[in-house]
Design a binder for this molecule. Sequence first.
Ligand code: NAP
Length: 576
Amino acid sequence: MAERDADTFDNFEGGAGTVDGVDADVVVVGAGFAGLFMLARMRELGFSAIGIEAAPEVGGTWFWNRYPGLRCDIPTTDYTFSWDPDLERDWSWSEKFATQPEILRYLQHVADRHDLRRDIRFSTHVTALRWDEMKATWTVSLNQGTAVRARFVVMATGALSVPKDVDIEGLSEFGGRVLSTSRWPEEPVDFTGRRVAVIGTGSSGIQVIPIIADQAAELTVFQRTPAFSLPARNGAPPAYRMRMLAEDREGYRDAARRSSGGVPIDPPTDRAATLTEEEQLARCEAAWQAGEIAALNTIFADYLTDEAANEVIADFLRSKIRATVTDPATAEALTPRDFPFMAKRPCFDTGYYETFNRPNVRLVDIRRQPIARVHPRGIETGGDLVEVDDVVLATGYDAMTGALLAVDLHGREGRTLREEWAHGPRTYLGLMAEGFPNLFMITGPGSPSVLSNMVVAIEQHVTWVARCLHDLRAQGFASIEPTATAVDGWVQHVNDCADLTLLPSADSWYVGANVPGKPRVFMPYVGGVGVYRDTCEEVVERGYLGFRLAGPDRTQCHDGVVNGSPRDVAIPAAAY
Ligand code: NAP
């Protein structure tokens, strides 16, 4: 593999001075949690790597997302890297759910500690990727009109990083400020004395609304679908988790890796119907008091597969909204009724429902009074003009595929990812797509990704990809690509697992329903990070089962699928 001072690629203009015709072994796109760890691993294994990052700084989504009130919704005891034991000792989180500035500082600290910035080209976009089959290399085109060539590309581009296009008529004519939670300005935004509209009531809206309500003269919340939200109960990092970490850090981290959602819990074994009503409510109350997404998985074993079990939890949460919001009509409008609990990602809030008891806050249910259009002075809805000074968009992301399809990606024989995924993403293990050799995705569609603690999911993917590159080098292979059979089998398995649950039934971003025209496919893998990890391990143990490996002269092929039968794709029995 090429050895090259990463600094020299800065002068690369598309040809001269490369080693073995490439500028680096690996290009890593993105410098968030995934990209930083990938770069560190590459250096540790002796691969030359170039990081490309659109932002002027590390952080990924934690750089761009900086709206007031933004915090993680996984406890910091768990939303933290485990690959560097010294880092774990060196860093302590101040809260259970860290603020965005603290998470950004953490990632900056990781970059400093491992001196990663010198390998990253900042404020640079990847516009296109083109595979050269003869040379087994990728050409990575950059927005400055330059390009770099590498043997491997790792898309560490995030699952929730590309804002969805705004589809609200007349917004461009609005005369006041338009702010977006996903691209918040770096300087503080003051809402004092202003009339503000927030559109969107997912996790972002629910976090920003109470903060704006505190400052603004008037806040009007435009809600299309009410979400299920639970109190975050922020405070110090959870004492019981801190204790477990202090007693056996590696055991705790291992339990997270083997768990379903990437946070250690004791999963329940009993179904809702086997419990009395009092027992059911006691479990719901305990989970509600915990203020942790993992606690929701401790209520009943069947709440994601049985409608009646799910309805017990949904009804409990509805009763909490009624108990908090004083105006019954507003409470009813805030109550989710048309999708199962968890089929849209639940939110964790600080004083969200209480906000609607304030005299300066009003809810507009845009299902009943649709937004007709935005005018220069405000938003027209139900025949009225709501006059506002600021519009805050909390309208979400083109999730899971947005960042991958934003790049003009050409694989073998000119095949494009956009065409290959026209009916939904097709991957093997959420790691690679057929027709796109040596192109890896970190937490891509078809992996547990957004259904789990992302840091655990990222660590597992990065570790797997790093080992794969190491194995290819050790065994003299130049390229790796999944077979069509493996992809067909995995896509079927991902769909089958999702269809066993209630999760695909909502119009959520999990199925792409939030983006007009996006194919409706359940994108993440519901089998859980533990089962999924075992599957990925088994694939390696069985000689990269489901992958085709080729040597430098493109002839020595090792076909990981032994006889081309879909049964040879590693499908975990435990997932069914
Ligand atoms: P989201 O969950 O997709 O919510 C977007 C909201 O905007 C929804 O209420 C949606 O309504 C509404 N909306 C979208 N387009 C609209 C339109 N044209 N007119 C009116 N309303 C519209 O997006 P998000 O809140 O940014 O969260 C996305 C995900 O990011 C979360 O689920 C979570 O995984 C992650 N996140 C996490 C945190 C955290 O860690 N605490 C914070 C923020 C985000 P519909 O539901 O009807 O489409």
